[in-house]
Design a protein around this ligand. Structure first.
Ligand SMILES: [Fe+2]
Length: 324
């Protein structure tokens, strides 16, 4: 999405699909949920019971910092990053969230994309430096800006593959950049790259394979899955396509394809029908966004530009969802 507009639209999108509950904000407490109960406190801490857990689990979800560092090593790409470089995040934005995660003795930090606005070496050095300084376990999945130098040739999927191979690869710590999972204290944490909106058939197959293992499973991606009432810039909106692409000229990229790959829609259905789903955690919208589809809960985190993030505290629960 296009950054300077996006900051203003998230609040109006939030909660379109959540029946029986007013929209939560990070700053006021709400207890919500027609399936499993959950609540947000004043610091955007999400508390939720989760059947199948043997012990509490804590993780931090951080997205959309949009660092804009660049230096002479990438002068050749100056034209490709100049627009996004106009809105750089403060240098300590990520550090604020990581410091909070460290104080909370979190089990893992999950980066859900757009931590950088373009793949310059200076951006990657800063990101990696912050992660190393914090010394916390972390998982990473790309957003649509992490791999994008505006004005470059090739489709989004080609550019993603190119810059993942050239620069982003170490961030995956050996995982497959488009799909991998890690077990964290009994939660299967699955990273799926949907930063080009499409979900590939092999990613769909991977999700089904992981979900069938039966553990509590949490999904992390950059772009929220579409639910009725949500914008065109979510994943799986049936109106998505070349005719509805709002930003291709501004972002100097190829126009979206005519339609999403069918595996994208099948993936969305599969996720929404996963019985042991903790939730779907994403970024991209830049404001807190909460939704429900069937029993699936969807959370999009506020932009980390201000240091904001979402802390998630899962507690063991009975099969009915009550805290134990
Ligand atoms: Fe973003």
């Amino acid at each position: 999405m296009e950054t300077n507009r996006r900051d203003f639209i998230g609040a109006s999108l939030a909660f379109a699909a959540m029946a029986g509950c007013t929209a939560p904000r990070c700053g006021e407490e709400r207890k919500c949920g027609t399936g499993r109960p959950f609540s947000f406190d004043s610091r955007c801490t999400l508390r939720m019971p989760m059947p199948g857990l043997k012990e509490p689990v804590n993780f931090f979800v951080i997205g959309d910092t949009h660092f804009g560092f660049h230096d002479s090593r990438d002068d050749a790409y100056a034209d490709n990053y100049k627009r996004m470089a106009k809105w750089p995040a403060p240098k300590d934005a990520l550090a604020k969230a990581l410091d909070r995660a460290k104080k909370a003795q979190t089990d893992v930090v999950v980066l859900v994309g757009d931590i950088i606005s373009f793949p310059t070496l200076a951006n990657l050095d800063h990101l990696r430096g912050e992660l190393d300084r914090a010394g916390l376990p972390w998982l990473y999945v790309a957003g649509n800006h992490d791999w994008h130098f505006e004005g470059e040739s090739g489709s989004d999927l080609e550019q993603r593959a190119r810059w993942t191979e050239r620069r982003l690869k170490p961030l995956y710590q050996g995982g497959n950049p488009i799909m991998y999972s890690r077990m964290v204290k009994g939660v299967r944490m699955v990273m799926i790259d949907n930063s080009a909106y499409h979900v590939l058939p092999e990613q769909l197959a991977f999700w089904k394979q992981e979900a069938a293992k039966g553990d509590p499973i949490a999904l992390f991606m950059h772009i929220p899955l579409w639910v009725e009432g949500w914008s065109i810039t979510t994943c799986g909106n049936p109106k998505w396509g070349a005719a509805t692409d709002p930003y291709w000229e501004i972002e100097r990229r190829e126009r979206w394809a005519d339609r999403l790959m069918p595996s994208t829609y099948a993936f969305r259905e599969a996720v929404f029908n996963t019985p042991n789903l903790v939730g779907v955690f994403t970024g991209h919208i830049h404001n807190l966004l909460v939704g429900q589809a069937g029993q699936a809960l969807l959370f999009s985190v506020p932009t980390n530009r201000t240091g904001a993030c979402m802390e998630v505290r899962l507690s063991p629960a009975s099969p009915t969802g009550a805290f134990t």
